[in-house]
Design a protein around this ligand. Structure first.
Ligand SMILES: Nc1ncnc2c1ncn2[C@@H]1O[C@H](COP(=O)(O)OP(=O)(O)OP(=O)(O)O)[C@@H](O)[C@H]1O
Length: 924
């Protein structure tokens, strides 16, 4: 078995000294109280019923081997080295994890096949509630914090030995707890078979054996981390990856240590360990007490809570199982500030024994079950938290003051019913109350440091198992681990690219709970465990990629310190008085002294006086600002600033400035109140009295909606955005073509309409012209009539309807011109043979007497130049045959003198004449 451990280049432990502690607190220079009689060790009172089966086992089984033997009798499958395939049912799985590690390693993922394990993993307490104490007298709400403080005198020597690997301390050179990066270590579980990974501890690197690489062409990627850990012993692991973080927590920084990895890769073994190899949690607890023992100047209040996140519900592992099941823990806050878990039980611990008891109870309630890969697989994420509050130990005088109202703080007392009366819900150092109950108060000018140490054993990622319930749990586990991965990814990205992208903390309970730590206000150490088996290469690779990403997350842990404002102000005031006294003394002596002093000494003297003045002004300012030092924004429970009357010499200008600042502060607080009220109004309308389950449901629903919306928004661009854009472009193009076609058609029609209008205009003009011609003709005819020329025309008895003239062949003007050329007289001389064809071509024919012809032509308007007249001379005898022939050729024109009543000519002239004839037949 490979027992190599790389300690990397870790620095020496931050050897903690009283001197260092004193320098970290600028306000307190009070020496510790050296020797008060040491009180009797604290033993929490517990009802008989609180003694669980495990503790009874422990008490009866005096040696580890006895215990193993006894457990082996009850749960042989857990202890035997041949138990791999068949093991105890679920009911036995929630036993405390005090089992002995099998001598042969359990099978790796993918290899085993074992009978299904029935049922949901049970909680021991749920099955036998009598084994769990219904209440604990060390519950923080039942004790006076001042009565349960721990200091170097109260720590048992046996509680501190052997946790530190001295050899490591000598070689380590770097303290990862002080870095602003996450410390990331890889622990490779030992294997009996081939290992797919080649660790190089000297360079803290690790790479895949090329034999197991998917593509042999690419060179195997080497991963570098803060430490590469192998082997079974947990002691060097603690020294390397956890110790500096535990110390940071003791010094006032939040610290988180968690194990991440595939199922059965050794997370629980690393965190909890077993009897022979205690893991990080028990060792950290031992180290906490060792730290206290080495720090005589401070006193501590330690509170523990233990919870698990199972199927996205948080269960209090320290609460009685019946009530824990009914009241799942809710997370409140978390928006940039601390989170509040409620109802969560916190138990005060004053000794290692007390912590062990708490751990034992919590672990007994954890859900574990047999899976295809791990016979005791953690089915939940478990979080063990220790809240560490500390302050400098008070002087004797201070203690006496304290004793008036409180139990002495330098000793321990057994709290019991009626013994202590916890005060009202008190101001919480750091701003928020994590759970109801009193807290350590800053007192006598001594500030209180508060930090939280979180030790987290995550459930392992896994593939679907052969069991339905396990598969369901696995889904929840994988989902929350995926969310953790994406949160880490976003944080790393934000840090690398200086972005502030939204981090989806709220997508799972785990990330929501870790939000304050992951946001940066904690020192974080992650141990990524991998299974070296070749069949687990892809899972190990994904663990390594997670490790790589988390390495990039930027941290900036800050100490949280709450000062006692009143005492501080009092101290400043005293100092001011003192300084003023010294100043006035110097001023009084100044005239005498200055005579004796050299020029240089006088300069020094005036400089010293100036310094004194400056210091007085500084202190005056501090008095003002310190009134708001411990009043965190938005904390409804914080104490109002002390109404201290300050009597100091301040110029009116300075006072005005202070006043202005105060006003600005008030204004900003008023704005804050308004926005908070608005946020409150925007909340869904659920009465405060609504049942918790209803609130849960609502919260879950909203969470789901938010998640869905996020997915939709995220997925829109990737999945729908592009196709939809393409469709829109197609449709737009199609419609554009249609519109263009329509425009073209319309233009065509417009052109056609214009053409039509032109034609109509033309026609209209023609009509007008014709109308004018007609009128002229009519005028001519009437003139003609008035001259009495028409009277000579023989009336047509039958014809009253006139037909329009037909055009002559060759044009009337041609014929007319011809005739003109022949002379007017020739018109009257009708030559039958010559004129007959031209007669047929004439549009106007009228029968008139030869005498009138000349007159008519004279009267004819100029425009009629193309009108021809067929003049028929009655004196000329036309043979009857020719007459008929002529009639046929002529268009409806018959000889006017025809007695048979021939139809009238269709010439307008003829028509008018006809009309005249019709109107007044036989009249003059
Ligand atoms: N470094 C190690 N040395 C010896 N045994 C180990 C080591 N790591 C793990 N094991 C053993 O491997 C088995 C599985 O380990 P463990 O239960 O810690 O895995 P896990 O990662 O917590 O699994 P899950 O996520 O399913 O809870 C245990 O029997 C444990 O004793």
């Amino acid at each position: 078995m490979d027992n190599r451990v790389s300690h990397g280049s870790l620095g020496p432990a931050s050897a903690f000294t009283a001197f260092q502690l004193q320098t970290t607190n600028p306000f307190t220079m009070v020496p510790s109280t050296p020797s008060k009689p040491r009180p009797a060790p604290f033993t929490p009172k517990r009802p008989l019923s609180s003694i669980s089966s495990a503790s009874s086992i422990s008490s009866n089984a005096t040696t580890p081997s006895d215990l193993s033997a006894r457990l082996a009798r009850t749960t042989p499958s857990l202890l035997s080295s041949t138990h791999k395939k068949y093991k105890a049912p679920i009911s036995s799985e929630s036993r405390p994890r005090t089992f002995t590690r099998p001598t042969t390693l359990p099978p790796v993922p993918g290899t085993p096949s074992r009978p299904r394990t029935p049922g949901t993993p049970g909680r021991k307490g749920a099955e036998s509630p009598s084994l769990m104490p219904a209440t604990s007298e060390m519950d923080v709400s039942n004790v006076d914090p001042e009565a349960v403080l721990v200091n170097h005198e109260s720590v048992e020597p046996g509680d501190v030995s052997g946790e530190i690997d001295e050899a490591w301390l000598r070689t380590a050179t770097q303290d990862h707890g002080k870095e602003d990066k996450v410390m990331v270590s890889i622990r490779i579980r030992p294997t009996d078979g081939h290992s797919a990974w080649i660790p190089t501890p000297s360079t803290n690197s690790l790479k895949l054996d090329p034999t197991y690489a998917k593509t042999s062409a690419a060179p195997a990627q080497a991963f570098n981390f803060d430490a590469i850990l192998t082997g079974t012993p947990n002691k060097p692991i603690y020294s390397t990856v956890a110790r500096s973080h535990v110390h940071a927590a003791m010094e006032g920084f939040n610290a988180v240590i968690f194990a991440y990895g595939q199922t059965a890769s050794g997370k629980t073994f690393t965190l909890s360990g077993d009897d022979s190899e205690p893991g990080i949690i028990p060792r950290a607890m031992r180290d906490v007490f060792a730290f206290i023992r080495r720090t005589p100047t401070r006193e501590y209040l330690l509170r523990c809570s233990y919870l698990e996140i199972y199927n996205e519900a948080i269960h209090d592992l320290l609460a009685p199982p019946s009530s824990a099941a009914k009241n799942p823990v809710q997370i409140q806050g978390g928006n940039g500030g601390e989170i509040v878990l409620t109802p969560l039980r916190e138990e005060v611990v004053t000794s290692l024994k007390g912590v062990k008891e708490v751990l034992r109870r919590g672990e007994g309630n954890r859900r574990t079950a047999c899976t295809d890969w791990n016979e005791r697989s953690s089915r939940s994420h478990s979080v063990f938290r220790m809240v560490i509050e500390s302050r400098e130990r008070g002087s004797a005088a201070g203690d006496e003051e304290d004793e008036d109202a409180h139990t002495p703080s330098n000793g321990r007392h057994t709290p019991g019913p009626g013994r202590t009366t916890p005060g009202p819900r008190s101001h919480t150092p750091g701003g928020r109350s994590q759970t109801p109950g009193p807290r350590l108060q800053s007192r006598g000018g001594r500030s209180v440091q508060t930090s939280v140490l979180s030790l987290i054993d995550l459930a392992g990622s896994e593939k679907a198992t052969s069991d339905k319930d396990r598969t369901r749990e696995g889904k929840y586990i994988n989902t929350s681990l995926l969310t953790l991965g994406s949160v880490i990814g976003t944080l790393a990205d934000n840090a690398a690219k200086h972005k502030t992208d939204h981090v989806p903390y709220r997508n799972s309970k785990l990330t929501r709970m870790l939000q304050p730590s992951l946001s940066g206000n904690a020192r974080i150490s992650v141990i990524c465990t991998i299974n070296p088996d070749p069949s687990a290469v892809s899972e190990s690779m994904s663990t390594l990629l997670f490790a790589k990403r988390i390495k990039n997350v930027q941290l900036n842990a800050q100490k949280k310190e709450v000062v006692d404002t009143d005492a501080l102000i009092e101290r400043y005031r005293k100092e001011i008085e003192d300084l003023k006294k010294r100043l006035s003394e110097r001023e009084a002596e100044a005239p005498v002294r200055s005579r004796r002093l050299s020029a240089r000494e006088q300069v020094d003297e005036s400089k010293a006086m100036k310094d004194l003045n400056t210091r007085i002004q500084q202190l005056t300012k501090l008095i003002l600002t310190s009134q708001t030092v411990d009043e965190p924004k938005g904390d409804s429970e914080s104490r109002p600033a002390s109404p201290v009357k300050i009597d100091f010499d301040m110029s009116p200008y300075q006072l005005q400035q202070e006043l202005l600042n105060a006003r600005l502060q008030v204004e900003s607080q008023a704005t804050q109140i308004l926005s908070l009220e608005a946020a409150l109004d925007a909340r869904p309308p659920l009465p405060a009295s609504a049942p918790e389950s209803e609130k849960d449901r609502l919260i879950a629903e909203q969470g789901k909606t938010i998640r869905e919306l996020e997915i939709v928004v995220r997925g829109y661009e990737e999945n729908l955005g592009e196709p939809l854009r393409a469709v829109r472009e197609d449709v737009e193009k199609e419609w554009k073509d249609k519109v263009l076609e329509e425009v073209r058609r319309r233009e065509e029609k417009e052109r056609w309409a214009e053409e039509l209008v032109k034609q109509l205009e033309k026609e209209k003009k023609m009509r007008v012209t014709l109308e004018e011609e007609r009128r002229a003709l009519a005028a001519f005819v009437s003139k003609f009539d008035s001259l009495g020329l028409g009277l000579t025309m023989p009336p047509s008895p039958t014809t009253s309807k006139l037909r329009p003239a037909r055009p002559t062949i060759g044009g009337a003007s041609a014929a007319f011109a011809e005739r003109r050329a022949a002379g007017i007289s020739s018109v009257s001389s009708y030559d039958h043979n010559d004129t007959l064809p031209s007669l047929a071509e004439s549009p106007l024919r009228m029968d008139m007497k030869g005498n009138n012809i000349k007159l008519m032509l004279e009267q004819m308007p100029e425009e009629w130049s193309d009108v021809s007249f067929d003049v028929h001379d009655e004196n000329v005898e036309v043979p009857e045959k020719d007459k008929e022939k002529e009639k046929e050729k002529m268009f409806g024109v018959v000889g006017l003198g025809d007695a048979t009543g021939r139809k009238g000519a269709q010439s307008p002239v003829r028509m008018v004449l006809g009309d005249k004839e019709n109107r007044a037949p036989g009249k003059p």
